[in-house]
Design a protein around this ligand. Sequence first.
Ligand code: PLP
Length: 399
Amino acid sequence: MSLSQGRHYLAIPGPSVIPDRVLQAMHQAAPNIYEGALHEMVEGMIPDLNRVARSSGEVAIYIANGHGTWEAALTNILSRGDRVLALSTGRFAIFWAGMAERLGVEVDLIDFGKSAPVDLDQVEAKLKADSNRSYKAILVVQTDTASSVRNDLAALGECIRSSGHPALYLVDSMASLACEPFEMDSWGVDLMVAGSQKGLMTPPGLGFMFFNQRVLEARKKADLVTPYWDLRPRIHPEVFYEYFFGTAPTHHLFGLREALTMLLEEEGLEAAWDRHAKLSRAVWAAFDAWGRGSSIRLNITDPKNRSHSVTAVSMDAPHATELRRWTEKKSGVTLGIGLGMAEPSDPAYHGFFRVAHMGHVNAHMTLGMLAVIDAGLKALNIPHGEGAIEAASRVVSEA
Ligand SMILES: *Cc1c(COP(=O)(O)O)cnc(C)c1O
């Protein structure tokens, strides 16, 4: 029998769960885009976005997913033939660097594998070896959504600063913004990209590019920039339409306004970080218990290197795929596929999955998801250790 009727929980690492209030805020007639309330709302959202990023700089908003915003970041600061250093801790920096290559940028990539964070010693050595300062930018992700590695961006910022290398520090925080600490100013990040559909709890379609004065300087020389992606008209525009270089994404903005109010005025940003930290510990406790005497493993061994918004897991194939199918069909929970760990045609692919604990999630959703996984392991006779729900509940119970 199936027990999946009821509210479905999409526990994949983006798009994340959209709060009903965000959906309801979007459910309204089209506004006047030429004057009035929409203009005031957008002008008020700029400082709120900067509060989320802890940035005193600028933000450009694009009608784009994360890939579009990646391209905006690269084209606004680079020229054909420029060099960048990309630091891979899973898949996403490789994707971003691949886009740079296709734009005619030369990429030097350090691959730290699929289960380890950036090693600062290697970065330091690489920057030191670049004696003619050829790297224009350093590309890194905060949370790699495929591996669930979390990088220590404060330490990396310090490493770049102390090397004296002038490369711009570019960060992708798509999977982590509003889920865990991000400090644009104090970590010395020059540019950060994020999207609406993860920690910001709004449908996919808005991209955010936060940046500082150094990026504005680099923009003057960038020959890759094209009119639509140019950041310049989008900040402090003389006429409203320049914010979006055309018609505003009106309903996405209504939704985002509501999400920012929930995040900043009601819960508080730091409380949201704490909530994600706590819920992720509950998830890890459950997997640690299931893993005792079985093949079930968290991808990242050291908790300090683990994302607070997504957790990548492995187990003997094909149990991961069987489990995902079971939870979706029988219990109304959709888990994430394993990404970048094996090709879909490889039998090993069916040994990986991911769970999201990102955005609009609370204790009952997380404990419910874990209990559903526990039931699935039992129903499918997948070997697992006991006590996972007890362990997760204990984490939640501790204030
Ligand atoms: C989701 C995500 C992206 C890509 O976003 P799209 O909207 O799918 O283009 C980029 N980087 C990271 C780290 C992500 O999690």
